[in-house]
Design a protein around this ligand. Structure first.
Ligand code: GSH
Ligand code: NAG
Length: 350
């Protein structure tokens, strides 16, 4: 499997295969088919477009308008278990940021790193220092409770308990969901196979196997999954209350904790985006359940950083077609165009 190197903006273009370049030998610094490149003046992000934690880092990079190169790790194909990638991140997870020789794993650490190292005058700040202690404390609090929600369990659990979900959206449409479930059910085998084939990574992969089996239990057990959904309810209640408390201010300019967009807003935005894609928006905010969150989510979708970090409809179509053989792909594409077309017609009529 050869990871793909793209320019940061490449994947936003429709059918961008021309712009995507496979790693070539000369790009690589290692001899094992890896994609680790030596960039000595700039940032390189290892990520996947549909990864929740990757999307947070992408949004931070775009908010701060920092240029970066990227290397896509093909999670559906197990690219995160390749020996060369385990050298970059022994946890076998995306995202990882490479800044010259330095490797920084974990989305929270990456965002803090960006905030600490790229803070000269005209780079937007995601943790405003000049607004005082109270605002910073609030940012830390909301960021913390939002980041504690286990996004992977939320995502996978929604596939195993479709009765709890109303209208899943792209990219989590039926063929993609089936693919996710198939891979999840076979992940132990996949990890064991990788461990057999790569004795030097065996230890790490077997650790991951243990972790996976515990997670699988939670995901497939309805009671446990419902308690994760309750945790989401609690956090969203607090967020709704916070947003409501700004109603007397000039609301157009207010985000979660401040009148500037902060790290807490990144955590909130990517969570709302994921909940919406999984089909939980009806349960959590639609129809005036949480009107301030509903308004917030509409408003944040207008931000440039959102548009650049969340794959668009064309990207989704391509994914669906790739996952399934042509025939089903075409049917899904046709269906989605009908839905999207219908949506625009209805919007025009209203
Ligand atoms: N704590 C990490 C979590 C990263 C994480 O769980 N990434 C997922 C994708 S969203 C992943 O790489 N999963 C692949 C695997 O565990 O096999 C962070 O915040 O970056
Ligand atoms: C499960 O994974 C193993 C190891 O990668 C593979 O050989 C096998 O074909 C997979 N089985 C299914 C049902 O996908």
């Amino acid at each position: 499997m050869t990871p793909i190197i793209t320019h940061s903006a490449a994947f936003f273009f429709v059918f961008d295969s021309v712009l995507l370049q496979s790693c070539t030998r000369s790009d690589m610094s290692l001899d094992d088919g890896s994609c680790r490149i030596n960039i000595c003046n700039g940032l390189l992000l290892y990520y996947h477009q549909y990864s929740f934690y990757s999307q947070k880092v992408l949004m931070a990079l775009h908010e701060k308008k920092l240029p970066f190169e990227s290397c896509i790790i093909d999670l559906p194909k197990g690219g995160q278990y390749e020996p060369w990638y385990l050298q970059i991140n022994p946890r076998g997870e995306v995202p990882v940021l490479q800044d010259c020789g330095k490797l920084i794993p974990d989305s929270t650490r990456i965002i803090d790193y960006l905030e600490d190292h790229f803070c000269i005058a005209d780079i937007p700040k995601l943790i405003p220092m000049e607004e005082g202690f109270e605002v910073r404390q609030r940012i830390t609090y909301y960021r913390h409770i939002l980041d504690q929600i286990p996004a992977g369990i939320l995502t996978m659990g929604s596939f195993f308990h479709p009765e709890l979900v109303k209208r899943p959206k792209a990219p989590f449409l039926p063929p993609v969901r089936k693919n996710f479930i198939r891979t999840e059910n076979n992940r132990s085998e996949i990890l064991k196979a990788h461990a057999e084939n790569n004795p030097e990574c065996r230890h790490i992969l077997l650790k991951k196997l243990e972790f996976h089996e515990r997670r699988h239990q939670i995901v497939t057990n309805k009671e446990e999954f419902l308690s994760v959904l309750n945790q989401v309810e609690d956090v969203l209640d607090k967020v709704e209350e916070e947003l409501a408390s700004h109603n007397h201010k000039n609301q157009e300019n207010w985000w979660l904790c401040s009148n500037t967009f902060t790290v807490a807003d990144i955590s909130l935005t990517i969570l709302l985006e994921r909940l919406n894609q999984l089909g939980f928006e009806c349960a959590f905010w639609k129809d005036s359940r949480r009107p301030n969150i509903e308004k917030y989510y509409k408003r944040v979708q207008e931000r440039e950083s959102y548009k650049k970090s969340i794959p668009n409809i064309f990207f989704h179509l391509k994914t669906v077609v790739r996952v399934k053989p042509i025939a089903i792909g075409c049917a899904v594409v046709a269906g989605m165009f009908l839905i999207v077309g219908g949506f625009f017609i209805i919007r025009k009529m209203m």
